[in-house]
Design a protein around this ligand. Structure first.
Ligand SMILES: [Zn+2]
Length: 118
C-alpha cells in the first residue's frame, strides 16, 4: 500500500504526476552529483535498488537519465529498446518510492480538495 492510496489520491491525476515527476528528477540530479564523488553515498542502483558494481566504472549509464545504473539494468534497458518495448518510467524506479511518498504529501498540502477521502 502506497502513501498516495492511503491518502486517497487518484494517482492518475495529472497534478500529482507532475509533482512526482518533478521530485523524481530533483532526486536523480542529487544521485547523479553524488555518483561523481570519489566515495559516493548512493551505492545503490536507482532503477532496481541493488548494490552498484565496484568500481563504479563497471556500471552502465541509463539510456533514460544521465545516471549510473547497475549493469543488469543497463542490459535490461538495452533489451527493452531492442524489443521496442516501453522503457520503465523513472517514476517506477525502485529508489523513487520514498520520493513518491513525499510527492503524495506535497500534493495533499497543495490540493486538499483532490483527496477522495477528504
Ligand atoms: Zn539495477
Amino acid at each position: 500500500m502506497t502513501v498516495a492510496s492511503d491518502l486517497g489520491i487518484d494517482t492518475s491525476d495529472i497534478r500529482y504526476q507532475t509533482i512526482l515527476e518533478c521530485k523524481t528528477r530533483q532526486f536523480l540530479e542529487q544521485v547523479k552529483a553524488d555518483q561523481k564523488k570519489v566515495k559516493p553515498f548512493f551505492d545503490l542502483c536507482p532503477r532496481c535498488g541493488h548494490l552498484l558494481d565496484k568500481p563504479m566504472a563497471w556500471n552502465a549509464i541509463s539510456r533514460r537519465e544521465d545516471v549510473l545504473i547497475c549493469s543488469k539494468c543497463g542490459t535490461d534497458e538495452a533489451m527493452m529498446d531492442w524489443a521496442g518495448k516501453e522503457p520503465l518510467h523513472i517514476t517506477n524506479w525502485a529508489l523513487v518510492g520514498a520520493i513518491a511518498d513525499e510527492a503524495a504529501h506535497e500534493f495533499c498540502d497543495i490540493y486538499p480538495e483532490a483527496r477522495a477521502n477528504a
